[in-house]
Design a binder for this molecule. Sequence first.
Ligand code: ZN
Length: 115
Amino acid sequence: MDEVLSSALQSAVFGRLDYFDRIAREGDEPSRAALADTEITRLTGAWRSLLAAHQPDERGRCPQCSGRRRSRRHPCSVWSIAHQHLIAADGVPAGRAGRHAAATGRSTAAVLGAS
Ligand SMILES: [Zn+2]
């Protein structure tokens, strides 16, 4: 991807994220409800796709986060960031429910017994 396209792509994605933040922060109730109805599923789908791309291989290494010599051990930075924002941000101690939830494919809420 050339530099102009890369810049346009980054600008479009960050612009969309800024828009979501603005609606969540400043939108009226119907706007926030519409945002939740449409975009949460899209965002969880994006996270699942990203995490699938960074799923560790049979050696426990991320195939996407490769260095010059070898790929990184799991969890790579993508999984660490996912855990930080999706699990640790809720106050769940690291290494408890988050890893278990990821390993089992169950939601964190299900692992924690919330329904
Ligand atoms: Zn990775």
